[in-house]
Design a protein around this ligand. Structure first.
Ligand code: GLY
Length: 445
């Protein structure tokens, strides 16, 4: 019997856990979590709670349980070098080594890699380690994005128009980032529609999963602060209403070239997920960033559609035999909406900010799938904590039906919760289509 370790404790890992336990191989799942997730623990033959940096603790857990291979959910354990450490114990992983995970953990590394190997997709950018030349480069760009290097929990990227107003403020921010981090990346701001392309990679072969669009803003109409993601959708034709096949192909070609460049640069084969955050601009597809893992929420859109056995996918990634596997997905649409505490994303002094640790009740969610994130199962019921609580996923033949399934399920979740009712709805999709038409025709944002 195969014994698999899953690292991570969010809704992304809950759907990964489901994919593992649904395997025809009937594996035994063991989970290592930063905080207990009752959804994952309920699917596991054994679980442990501890910090992702405790490599020896994770190693001991693996030895005790006789783990055959590991699936790494979030970026933090990748950055801690868990794949390298487990490798020394003879345990392979679905996830890249620390050096290869720089694809996500170092924005400088990735921008420079694309440039060095002549891979298209970079915006105009420069990395600064000192003030010299900063002001004049900012002056060359219409609008500016300022990025620190390293993991910033999705909160490090500063965008003109959202986080600051003009070039003067951009310069001040760059200087502050330089002082704190020792380097700063300055990029041109790109205008267009974004899509997430999560690709499986064994180091040589890259396989794209259906594209997904995430919604980062907290409130309806893409207003409010950025979050980890309030929800996402994918379409039954494995495109998106504003996305053409050639856009997806462009994202895949970039990712294939990056996988090859990673091998040439490091001598190692990248084994895991290369999740490209792409944007379609009037000049074509550009890379915003890579993540070295599945997206959260985007994993909840694609894993329930996977027709190929997930354990076979992991094995093919680890063994370098992805070219031999037919990775197929159901032709269905998905809409994922996160149920969050009403206070999620609000300033601490807001009256609703206290709703975070409240109790919630889950009624009959009919055909929807629920994936737990930051929730705690206590003797008297289910409690939210400070972050996204439950990913609710509707799956159907059309986006309209999938959206309705998700909404009906959410109406059965009671407590001081909130969500984005607009995700996956016709008006929002039409807005995306109109926006993209304007961008492609060159008539502006
Ligand atoms: N959906 C954003 C992320 O997973 O980073």
């Amino acid at each position: 019997m195969i014994r698999i370790l899953l690292i991570g404790n969010g809704a992304r890992e809950h759907v990964l856990a489901e994919a593992v336990v649904n395997s025809r191989h009937r594996p035994r799942l063991f989970s290592y979590m930063k905080a207990n997730n009752p959804g994952i623990a309920g699917l596991s033959a054994g679980s442990a709670v501890g910090p992702y940096g405790d490599l020896e603790g994770i190693g001991r857990f693996c030895r005790d349980k006789g783990i055959d291979f590991a699936v790494i959910g979030p970026e933090d354990p990748l950055n801690s070098g868990v794949v390298d450490y487990l490798g020394t114990l003879g345990i392979p992983s679905m996830g890249p080594t620390k050096s290869l995970a720089r694809l996500e953990t170092s924005k400088t590394f990735t921008r420079n890699l694309l440039e060095k190997y002549g891979i298209p997709g970079n915006p105009r950018f420069r990395v600064f380690r000192a003030d010299e030349g900063l002001e004049s480069f900012i002056g060359e760009l219409d609008e500016v994005v300022v990025k620190p290097d390293g993991l910033t929990g999705g909160k490090g990227v500063l965008v003109q128009g959202d986080h600051f107003r003009d070039r003067g403020e951009a310069l001040d921010l760059c200087r502050a980032v330089l002082k704190e981090h020792g380097s700063v990346i300055v990029e041109e701001k790109l205008e267009g529609e974004e899509f997430s392309l999560q690709c499986l990679c064994d180091g040589k072969t890259v396989v794209a999963t259906p594209p997904v669009q995430d919604h980062k803003r907290r409130f309806v109409g893409d207003r409010g602060p950025n979050t980890g993601g309030m929800g996402s959708y994918s379409a039954e034709d494995h495109l998106l209403p504003f996305l053409k096949k050639e856009d997806v192909d462009a994202g895949l070609r970039i990712t294939e070239a990056v996988a090859d460049a990673l091998h040439r640069e490091t001598g190692e084969y990248y084994k895991g997920v290369m999740y490209g955050g792409f944007i379609i601009t009037r000049n074509g597809v550009r890379l915003l960033e890579y993540n070295a893992r599945f997206g959260d929420p985007e994993a909840m859109n694609i894993l329930p559609l996977l027709k190929t056995d997930f354990v076979d996918v992991c094995r093919a990634v680890i063994d370098g035999t992805l070219h031999l596997l037919d990775v197929a997905f159901e032709a269905e649409a998905t809409v994922c909406k996160y149920v969050v505490p009403r206070g999620y994303g609000l300033p601490a002094d807001h009256p609703d900010a206290r709703s975070t640790a409240a109790k919630i009740e889950v009624g009959d969610v009919k055909g929807a799938r629920l994936y737990y994130s930051s929730v705690d199962q206590r003797s008297d019921g289910l409690y939210m904590s400070t972050s996204r609580a439950i990913g609710v996923v509707g799956i159907a033949g059309t986006l309209e039906k999938a959206e309705r399934i998700a909404e009906e399920a959410i109406s059965a979740i009671r407590g001081p919760v909130d969500h984005r009712p607009d995700i996956g709805t016709k008006p929002l999709l039409e807005r995306r289509i109109r926006h993209m038409e304007k961008i492609r025709s060159g008539s502006g944002a």
